[in-house]
Design a binder for this molecule. Structure first.
Ligand code: HEC
Ligand code: HEC
Length: 276
């Protein structure tokens, strides 16, 4: 038995020992998909016509903050990099129809789905990275970073709204959940002007992070640090592509929508064990 497996078993025994009712169910659990270690994403060739040139992450944050009122979160995040490349490189960036990114506000036209900041960031990555696997890994790493960290971090020198903006963890890539969780953490209503200021600063955070990632990737020094939320590892062991159920796909934090029912907790393990 290798060291990691032994440690996992030992940790499992401690948990199971204290859990009483669920001890049996816990013993029935399969070997969860192991956590992935950090991975260097080194591109070999990049077939994109749109060539990236390193720009400043600090300037990206400022541009995103400044542009927010002109087209909201997705537009601001996307424009942060394109505006710098327009200055530095010129065409084709100068002619890029950046206005198209305005659709992403409020989780796409107010629908509350994917947060516009990370939608804009994913569009930037999509513009520059041609390899599907590497593009997907970059986008997923950015989404995980967004899902689990506290925002906003950015502190504008000249704030549009000079207020203390509380931080929160979105726990989800959805605008709907991200706003609600911020409202709960801050005590504000989502229609307060502080919420707008929060999203404005969040746009700056995501713009800076995306710029840093693109700079590192194209300098051959990007190391993916993010692993999926731990629920993805555990739940997908049975429900994902390599599990027996294989009835769902995705990398979002599972428990942002699903509560594990008592029945599921007690019976999913034993049931799974006897399934074909
Ligand atoms: C040990 C394997 C296993 C793990 C781990 C597991 N499940 Fe399940 N899950 C099952 C089985 C077995 C069923 C019943 C499927 C059936 O009868 O078709 C099930 C059913 C479900 C269902 C549909 C029925 C219901 O109870 O609502 C959902 C949703 C679900 N699981 C979500 C999750 C989530 C979220 C997690 C992680 C927190 C998770 N599962 C972890 C085995 C597992
Ligand atoms: C944004 C909300 C959301 C997230 C996040 C989410 N789910 Fe679901 N899931 C749903 C909805 C909605 C359904 C369909 C209705 C239902 O079965 O509850 C569903 C259905 C399922 C089912 C039942 C499939 C079937 O064939 O019966 C499983 C299993 C499941 N989800 C597992 C997961 C796992 C594992 C994750 C994490 C990787 C996850 N879900 C993340 C919303 C979500």
């Amino acid at each position: 038995m290798d060291r990691r497996k032994a440690m996992k078993l030992a940790a499992g025994a401690v948990v199971a020992g204290g859990a009483g009712l669920f001890t049996l169910a816990d013993n029935m659990k399969p070997d969860y998909t192991p956590k992935k270690e950090g991975e260097k994403l080194d591109y070999k060739s990049n077939e994109c016509d749109w060539k990236y040139t390193a720009v400043s992450d600090k300037v990206s944050a400022q541009i995103a903050y400044d542009e927010y009122p002109n087209g909201s979160c997705m537009y601001a995040t996307f424009k942060s990099v394109i505006a710098q490349l327009s200055e530095k490189v010129g065409e084709p960036f100068t002619s890029f129809p950046v206005h198209m990114m305005k659709y992403g506000h409020g989780g796409i036209a107010g629908f509350g789905s994917t947060c516009g900041t990370i939608n804009g960031a994913a569009a930037l990555i999509g513009l520059f990275v041609s390899d599907k696997k590497q593009r997907d890994k970059l986008v997923a790493a950015l989404f995980r970073w967004y899902e689990r960290n506290e925002f906003p971090i950015f502190k504008p020198e000249k704030p549009a709204l000079d207020a203390d903006i509380p931080k929160s963890v979105s726990g989800s890539v959805l605008c709907h959940a991200s706003l609600t969780n911020w409202a709960k953490a801050s005590g504000h209503n989502i229609h307060d002007k502080e919420r707008k200021e929060r999203c404005r600063r969040l746009s700056a955070d995501v713009a800076a992070k995306t710029t840093e990632m693109l700079n590192d990737f194209f300098a051959h020094r990007y190391i993916s640090k993010g692993t999926d939320d731990k629920t993805v590892g555990t739940c997908m062991t049975c429900h994902g592509g390599e599990g027996k159920l294989d009835n769902t796909s995705g990398k979002m934090k599972c428990t942002s929508c699903h509560d594990e029912s008592v029945a599921h907790k007690a019976f999913a393990g034993p049931h799974y064990k006897v399934m074909d």
